[in-house]
Structure formats: structure tokens, C-alpha cells
Design a protein around this ligand. Structure first.
Ligand code: OGA
Ligand code: NI
Length: 360
């Protein structure tokens, strides 16, 4: 992994650029025209009210069999058709969500020197970062982030978690535990609907030994938001993602039939999406869908992406039950450790990676 030991160029904090008051963004952040956000799309969405499904999870936890079944069915349809949904009544404390958001806003508002103590490297990506990928001269995204491991416990290094605000580490522990619980419940629902044993996906993920990490994204205000992206198009490499978006500032766009749909966050909801590993395990019945983030000139934005992942050294491959003569295995087996090296080296690349796994 020697190629990932350090960044190819000096790191520039996007937040510092934004705060410098410049009117034109540096060339490094200017996307080719085909990748730039097109604001016409967005206007059209507003007319058509197209958005990802919103699913109430109340009955997923309840005892009423018919209502439970209906909730499971809605999740399944969302995972097949969108790869995304917003979950409400998901069981995670709204107050805890709010406190996490505030704590991380506080962190990014701390002085640069404090944040620099957590500066990351591409070896593990843990800490304060400003790019994904190590390709010299790459066009960069308009965002900074903080990345940390939550599970396995052996990788949980609290000294690498922010010491300020003082509530941060405790909040993280509590938040992680709640989101992991939710993840387990959704894996059961997905397994059932795929026609697998209820604990199939959980076992494929390593049972109790799953991986989990958090990426907190900070998208500073941008003087030329129509030329750049906060996060380039990608699909999430892991299992499943729980995104806690910012309150009233939108930014996430999901690709649907070749168009970009801007997600309007529902209060207190998680935006849940299928990652590449579930696409592989389900033999592409469930889709990990491309998404990206647009920025704006008015308001910065904080989002927390919690990644619920398989244990990193297990081979992930399509479930036998979902492979037949008519539907052969679409992917060859690979561990998540090997898999994520790709995005960590090349940066966000749409769906190029999972497609490269195709067994022919
Ligand atoms: C991510 C991601 C979306 C957002 O971190 O993988 O897609 O809205 N984030 O920040
Ligand atoms: Ni993502």
C-alpha cells in the first residue's frame, strides 16, 4: 500500500478557500461541463415533485404481521427501484441526531490549527481530510470531511476522534450504537424480501463483526456553485449508508433514469442507501445508485454519512439462492478491504468500480 502513504500535493482546506472571500474558484475545482450541476433539472423536479420514497419504519419494529410485511415490501421496492429512501420513525433519538449535527458543526467552526491536529493521510483516511483519491492533478471536490472508524472495536481509536467539542466522543459512541441497531433491522428486512433467511445478510457481513465508519462532510459556501460539485458522482462502496443531512439546505442528488433528482430532506429522517456490497450480495436485485452533492453560495452544509459495512476480510459474492441458470452470478468474489482500495486511490468514479467486478 506504499502508493497510499501520503497525498500527492499539499492539502488545501476548502473551508479556508471559502472564507478567504475569493470570487472565482481555483481551476482545480472546476468540473468539465458534462459533470457540472444543471439547474434546469432541479426546476423540473420541483414541478413534478419527483423524489426518493419516504418510508415510515414504525411497523418494522411492531408486532402486527400485515403491517410489518407491508413495510418490508416498501423497503424492497425502494431498494430495487431507487437504491435510496428516507426513513422516518426509525428508532434513533431525534435529540441525539440534533446534538451530533451541532457537535460537528462546532468542530468545523473550530480554528484551523485545532483541526489540523487531526489531518489525515490516505493510508487509513482517518481524521480531517479534503480529498478522496491520490491521483496527482485530479480535479477536486468542494468539501472537507472528517472520517473515523466506529467498528470493529479493534479499529476504534478514540484519540483520533475530536476532543472538542467535549461532548463529541460520547455522542459518537451513543449515535453509532443506535445506527448500528437500525442497520441490523434493515438487513433482516432486506434478507426476507430477497427470499433469503432472515439473518443471511447479517451473517454475510460477519454477524457481530461488521465494520462501521463515519464520514462527516462539510460543504463550505461556494462563490461559483454552478462550476463545481461538493462531492462527485459515486456509489457508496460499502454495505448500507445512513445519511443525516443538514436541516434546510439541500445538496444531495440521486441519479434516476439518467437525470439528477435533488433530495428534499424530511425532518428527522435518515436518508438510507444501498451500497455496492449489497448490490453484489443480492446479485443486483438491489441497486447501489449513483449520487453526488451540489453546493451553493448562500449556506454551508454539514452531513453525516454512517457506513454500515461487511467485515473487511470476508469474501463478498452473490447469494447462491439468487443465482440460477437464467440469472448467473453477475460479480466475482472480493473482500471489502480489496474493494475499497479502488475509491481510496482513484477517488469518486460513478459506478465504474462495481461494474468492473462483472464476471464474464
Ligand atoms: C457520502 C455522500 C452525501 C451528502 O458521504 O458518501 O454521498 O449529502 N454524502 O453529503
Ligand atoms: Ni455517498
Amino acid at each position: 500500500m506504499s502508493g497510499l502513504a501520503s497525498w500527492p500535493e499539499p492539502v488545501v482546506r476548502v473551508q479556508s478557500l471559502s472564507e478567504s472571500g475569493m470570487h472565482a474558484i481555483p481551476e482545480r475545482y472546476v468540473k468539465p461541463p458534462s459533470d457540472r450541476p444543471s439547474f434546469t433539472n432541479e426546476t423540473e423536479n420541483h414541478h413534478q415533485h419527483v423524489d426518493i420514497p419516504v418510508i415510515d419504519l414504525t411497523n418494522l419494529f411492531g408486532k402486527h404481521p400485515a403491517l410489518h410485511e407491508e413495510t418490508v415490501r416498501l423497503i424492497s421496492v425502494a431498494c430495487e427501484e431507487w437504491g435510496f429512501f428516507q426513513a422516518v420513525n426509525h428508532g434513533v433519538s431525534h435529540e441525539l441526531m440534533e446534538r451530533m449535527r451541532e457537535a460537528w458543526r462546532h468542530f468545523f467552526n473550530m480554528p484551523l490549527e485545532f483541526k489540523q491536529e487531526y489531518a489525515n493521510t490516505p493510508t487509513t483516511y482517518e481524521g480531517y481530510g479534503s480529498r478522496l483519491g491520490v491521483q496527482k492533478g485530479a480535479i477536486l471536490d468542494w468539501s472537507d470531511y472528517f472520517f473515523l472508524h466506529y467498528l470493529p472495536v479493534s479499529l476504534r481509536n478514540k484519540s483520533k476522534w475530536p476532543s472538542q467539542p467535549s461532548s463529541c466522543r460520547e455522542l459518537l459512541s451513543e449515535y453509532g450504537a443506535e445506527v448500528v441497531k437500525l442497520g441490523g433491522r434493515l438487513l433482516k428486512a432486506m434478507s426476507t424480501n430477497l427470499g433469503l433467511k432472515e439473518d443471511y445478510l447479517q451473517n454475510a457481513f460477519g454477524g457481530e463483526d461488521i465494520g462501521a465508519c463515519l464520514r462527516v462532510n462539510f460543504y463550505p459556501k461556494c462563490p461559483q456553485p454552478d462550476l463545481t460539485l461538493g462531492l462527485s458522482s459515486h456509489s457508496d462502496p460499502g454495505g448500507m449508508t445512513f445519511l443525516l443531512p443538514d436541516h434546510d439546505v439541500a445538496g444531495l442528488q440521486v441519479r434516476k433514469n439518467g437525470r439528477w433528482i435533488t433530495v428534499k430532506p424530511v425532518p428527522n429522517a435518515f436518508i438510507v442507501n444501498v451500497g455496492d456490497q449489497i448490490q453484489v450480495l443480492s446479485n443486483a436485485i438491489y441497486k447501489s445508485v449513483e449520487h453526488r452533492v451540489i453546493v451553493n453560495s448562500v449556506k454551508d452544509r454539514v452531513s453525516l454519512a454512517f457506513f454500515y459495512n461487511p467485515k473487511s476480510d470476508l469474501l463478498i459474492e452473490p447469494a447462491n439462492e439468487l443465482v440460477s441458470e437464467e440469472r448467473p452470478a453477475l460479480y466475482s468474489p472480493m473482500t471489502f478491504d480489496e474493494y475499497r482500495l479502488y475509491i481510496r486511490t482513484k477517488g469518486p468514479c460513478g459506478k465504474a468500480q462495481v461494474e468492473s467486478l462483472g464476471s464474464s
